[in-house]
Ligand binder design. Structure first.
Ligand SMILES: *Cc1c(COP(=O)(O)O)cnc(C)c1O
Length: 366
């Protein structure tokens, strides 16, 4: 029997697990930030200490992604959902061009609705007829070189689908919602014009959304965008235009510090994540009559592993037994049902091993 805590066995799709060392540091900071003597919940966002936190969070992100100064880093509120509107307000409104989107799952489908309020949207590929179980081949999509921008979701959190190669044309602005796989592997950030990722899947608590945007893009901001929805406002105000979520940003600084100091960077993080996902998919695949994977093999997510059991009753039994053994967060998204194990960065290989053992035992009983 393993000796893992309930936090260790949290496989939630979001808010997701955070590293134990980060939780301990956050706990200390809630009582008193050591170098200040005040609770992080009561420190001014205009303090020198918080200026240092913002600076560290940005520096860590730049270091992890090898991000050049051509791109700005912003810490915004409103979640990924607000970015579904802010992106087309900036890049589509009044442009007279067409925005191209991939509709590959629940979240990318959500992202299209507000874009259509700002201008013309062309869906290059729609996975709904196929039950959102597959992704397109990025090289065979009918891209237009004249598009206002190209938008996709790198990891469909609900369905468990992930792009393993980069879609889009380099001559068209590439925009990506990376909310559920940001900082889980290294990638070339310079090939993106705008990346957004809220914190609560892989890098902190809900409340802050990291936006990485090519500075030159902001010159095309149309007139009439309210200041709080204008990226330039936040850039000029250094992410403290209004009161920011100080605690959430502090935890992002801690998580990025953990990625650098304890994990050793994104290449190592990716190796660990590959091993975790490989182990759990191997377990799923060794009982093909009991564990029925939802996503096409080539596009399986390394962050969210989705599968069904042959009947709703068996799924209920699986979740019940898992809960009784201390596992949590395994219920599929409310829109889809089934089982989803989310293996975000903070989920340890030991926790995945424990889940594999549980699944083997469950399979042997059924
Ligand atoms: C969870 C999720 C969202 C929704 O984010 P909010 O912060 O709740 O607005 C959007 N996109 C992706 C890929 C997600 O996983």
């Amino acid at each position: 029997m393993h000796e893992l805590s309930a936090n260790d066995l949290n496989f939630s799709g979001g808010p997701g697990a955070l590293p134990a060392a980060v939780l301990a540091a956050a706990q200390t900071a809630i009582l008193a930030v050591p170098e200040v003597g005040l609770s992080v919940l009561g420190i001014s966002h205009r303090s020198d200490w918080f200026a240092g936190v913002l600076e560290e969070a940005e520096r860590n992100l730049r270091h992890l992604l090898d991000l050049p100064d051509s791109h700005a880093v912003l810490f915004l509120q409103g979640g990924a959902t607000l970015q579904f509107s802010m992106v087309p307000m900036l890049m589509l409104r009044g442009s007279g061009k067409v925005a191209e989107y991939l509709r590959t799952g629940y979240w990318s489908a959500q992202s299209i609705v507000p874009a259509e309020l700002e201008g013309e949207v062309r869906v290059l590929w729609d996975g709904e007829p196929g039950g959102f179980s597959d992704l397109p081949d990025p090289d065979s999509l009918p891209y237009s070189p004249d598009a206002a921008y190209f938008h996709y979701v790198s990891n469909e959190t609900v369905e468990g689908l992930q792009f393993h190669t980069l879609p889009g044309l380099d001559q068209v602005a590439r925009v990506c919602d990376m909310s559920s796989d940001f900082l889980s592997y290294p990638f070339n950030a310079k090939r993106f014009d705008l990346i957004y990722a809220h914190a609560q899947k892989n890098l902190g608590p809900a409340g802050v959304t990291v936006v990485i945007v090519r500075r030159a893009l902001l010159e095309q901001t149309p007139a009439g965008v309210p200041p709080i929805l204008d990226y330039r406002t936040h850039l000029h105000a250094r992410s403290i235009y209004n009161t920011p979520p100080v605690f959430a940003i502090y935890v992002v600084a801690l998580v990025t510090r953990w990625l650098i100091d304890d994990i050793g960077g994104l290449k190592h993080m990716a190796e660990i994540n590959h091993r975790k996902a490989r182990a759990l998919y191997a377990m799923i695949d060794s009982y093909p009559e009991l564990y029925l994977p939802c996503a096409a093999r080539a596009h399986r997510s390394r962050m969210n592993l989705t599968f069904r059991l042959p009947s709703p009753a068996l799924e209920t039994e699986f979740l019940r037994r898992a809960a009784s053994e201390g596992f949590s967060g395994l219920q599929g998204h409310r829109s889809l049902g089934g089982i989803r194990a989310s293996l975000y960065n903070a989920v340890t290989p030991e926790a995945v091993e424990a889940l594999c053992e549980f699944m083997e035992e469950f399979a042997n009983r059924h």
